[in-house]
Design a protein around this ligand. Structure first.
Ligand code: SF4
Length: 244
């Protein structure tokens, strides 16, 4: 079983619990306006690896994984290569390596999704926007699709960390926090919600690819704002959960 890989990050600490080897796969069906990896969009531009080669490479770092670390498969959108990820995760589990899927919930079909979830220990789900209109306009995807995927994770009892990029003027409002807290109020599988600051380090990649960066004029989000935004979210989320 072969797939298209963009790159590896050997010892990441930002994509799931503990120290992890992150495998970025090539190909994505979405076009988020703030995407910092436009070089992953085209599936055919990746390097072909077998699942065994990926796991051999990841296994080199297992001494650093400790109690909580392992592999995170990210993208691009890993669900576009769901069968490849299933094989990678199956081999990882056989080797005792914890498996995390970093996804938007888009790109798989019903037939290849369940086998993958059966090999998945945890999911990082990016809930990109909190209205259907924004989701369609700013990413090309669907909020319904992301929420249906989250409901499936709830039914399968797979632990989830939600993520959202805080973009000034798009996802930095109190209304956005209310809507997100509503969307997550009844989801017991959600253990944590992470707000990530919008950054423009990717601008160079857009220039190299000769693609205009849609948010060129939007200021970056500060870490301090993200922290305060996150605190406000957790208060709201707690009160909504209590009311249920
Ligand atoms: S899902 Fe990720 S890789 Fe795909 S366009 Fe959005 S931010 Fe970029």
């Amino acid at each position: 079983m072969n797939g298209f890989v963009h790159s590896f990050e050997s010892l990441g600490t930002l994509d799931g619990p503990g120290v992890r080897c992150v495998v970025f796969l090539q190909g994505c069906p979405l076009r988020c306006v703030y995407c910092h990896n436009p070089d992953t969009w085209d599936k055919t531009k990746g390097t072909v690896f077998s699942a065994e080669e990926v796991v051999r490479r990841v296994s080199r770092y297992r001494a650093y994984f400790g109690e909580f670390g392992g592999i995170t498969v990210s993208g691009g959108e890993p669900l576009l290569q769901a069968e490849f990820v299933t094989k990678i995760f199956r081999l990882c589990r056989e080797a005792g390596i914890h498996t995390v899927l970093d996804t938007s919930g888009h790109g798989a079909n019903a037939a290849n999704l369940m086998p993958l979830l059966q090999e998945t220990d945890m999911v990082l789900l990016d809930v990109k926007m909190t209205t259907e209109q924004d989701y369609a306009e700013k990413t090309g995807g669907s909020l319904r699709q992301a929420m249906d995927f989250l409901s499936l994770l709830e039914r399968q009892r797979i632990p989830v960390w939600i993520r959202q990029v805080v973009v000034p003027g798009i996802t930095d409002s109190q209304e956005n926090l209310f809507r997100l807290a509503d969307l997550l109020a009844d989801k017991e599988c959600v253990q944590k919600v992470e707000f990530l600051p919008f950054r423009k380090l990717c601008k160079e990649k857009y220039d190299q690819l000769q693609i205009p960066f849609p948010l060129d004029r939007v200021p970056e989000t500060t870490d301090a704002f993200c922290e305060e935004y996150s605190n406000r979210f957790y208060e709201l989320w707690a009160s909504k959960k209590k009311k249920r």
